[in-house]
Design a protein around this ligand. Structure first.
Ligand SMILES: *[C@@H]1O[C@H](CO)[C@@H](O)[C@H](O)[C@H]1NC(C)=O
Ligand SMILES: *[C@@H]1O[C@H](CO)[C@@H](O)[C@H](O)[C@H]1NC(C)=O
Ligand SMILES: *[C@@H]1O[C@H](CO)[C@@H](O)[C@H](O)[C@H]1NC(C)=O
Length: 350
């Protein structure tokens, strides 16, 4: 459910965004009409209004922006295209004027992109194979990795998959010892001569089955149902996700070996969730984190691991690349550390 909700709700294009259009050009064969017809109508819903109504509506929050065309848009734009030197008024009157409500960055960015796309299509339509004359002097070639229409879902999925696996695993084991201790099961084990390492490994291995089923379901949904691209080796993808599950199990065992009652164990597991999600660079790139905090971020189990998973899935890299093996190394390091810590704490507290 978590992975489906994430793929369905995060990163898509906004639909049905209402935008006011003030068109001061009256003729129906004008360039402004033609340009507006290229604007993607599933995302942007155009509402034709007068200047005053458009701004009143935008200030009331009814429209996400106002698109305005001057009275002489067609003739001025033509002048701009064919004359060598034109006045400032002609450039201004031959431009599309846009006022945006920038309080929602995703919607505003989508509108900017759709308008740029519409203008490109319009130029292509009007000038045909002469359209190179009006092209933007910065040209984006074929991407080196990834695709031109990759969205936020593509970025966020690898990190989210790892953090979902990690926290489901924490949830599996955070209460294990707490309950066993309460019911006296632990004492019976100690009397029978079971060592603390054996206890920890027994929990780890039995929960590994649960994690494996979760990972299989998660991969089926991600790759087959939601068609997240995977360029890399599936074995590496599965190995990294399962290892993160093991990290989660081990971390849960640390919590349950060190805390005695359910409420505190729950609070420890939940309290760590949000800070870890934010600082691990899962929902926003780690490059945006200011420096002293970045060191903490890089030490966390999911930061390098989600970077490694992105490199495997989208760049098709293998274990010979530093960015990939670093993710595995950090994950294995945390696994070992948590397992030893859980064993030691259990031993000290018997
Ligand atoms: C969007 O435009 C297409 C083609 O111009 C048209 O067939 C379709 O009905 C329009 N959809 C809406 C919601 O206006
Ligand atoms: C359109 O006309 C109105 C009223 O005449 C004027 O206030 C507005 O600035 C014009 N819009 C543009 C983009 O020139
Ligand atoms: C449009 O062009 C006409 C004549 O070319 C000019 O008189 C008028 O001032 C222009 N209008 C605007 C709003 O620039």
């Amino acid at each position: 459910m978590q992975i489906s909700l994430m793929c369905l709700c995060i990163g898509g294009d906004p639909k049905g965004i209402q935008v006011a259009v003030v068109n001061n050009e009256t003729s129906s064969s004008s360039f402004s009409q033609s340009l507006l017809s290229f604007l993607d109508n599933s995302s942007v819903q155009q509402v034709n209004l007068s200047h005053a109504d458009a701004f009143a509506g935008a200030y009331n929050g009814e429209y996400w922006g106002v698109i305005g065309f001057g009275k002489n848009f067609t003739s001025y734009l033509t002048k701009r295209m064919i004359q060598r030197q034109v006045s400032k008024e002609v450039v201004d009157g031959g431009s599309v004027h846009v006022w945006l409500d920038l309080t929602n960055q995703q919607i505003a960015m989508m509108l900017q992109k759709k308008l740029a796309d519409a203008f490109e299509d319009f130029v292509q339509y009007k000038m045909g194979n002469m359209s190179y004359l009006a092209s933007f002097p910065v040209k984006f070639e074929e991407p080196i990795y990834g695709s031109l229409n990759s969205d936020f879902t593509t970025f966020v999925t690898p990190g989210a998959v790892l953090s979902i696996t990690f926290y489901l695993a924490v949830g599996l084991t955070a209460l294990s010892f707490v309950i066993e201790r309460k019911e006296g099961l632990m004492d019976r084990c100690w009397v029978a001569g079971v060592s603390s390492l054996e206890t920890v490994l027994a929990h780890l291995i039995s929960q590994l089955f649960v994690i494996s089923i979760q990972v299989i379901l998660l991969l089926l949904l991600m790759l087959l149902v939601f068609k997240i691209p995977n360029e890399g080796n599936l074995v590496l993808v599965i190995a990294l996700i399962v290892l993160q599950g093991v990290t989660g199990i081990s971390f849960g065992l640390v919590i349950s070996s060190s805390i005695d009652d359910e409420q505190n164990a729950n609070q420890a597991a939940l309290g760590i969730f949000y800070p870890n999600l934010i600082v691990s660079g899962i929902i926003w790139p780690v490059e945006c984190i200011p420096y002293p905090l970045r060191y903490i971020s890089l030490a966390l189990p999911q930061t390098y691991a989600s970077e490694a998973l992105r490199c495997i899935m989208y760049r098709g890299w293998g274990l010979s690349r530093m960015m990939v093996w670093r993710g595995f190394a950090v994950t294995l390091g945390w696994n070992t550390f948590f397992l030893i810590l859980a064993t030691v704490i259990l031993k000290l507290r018997t």
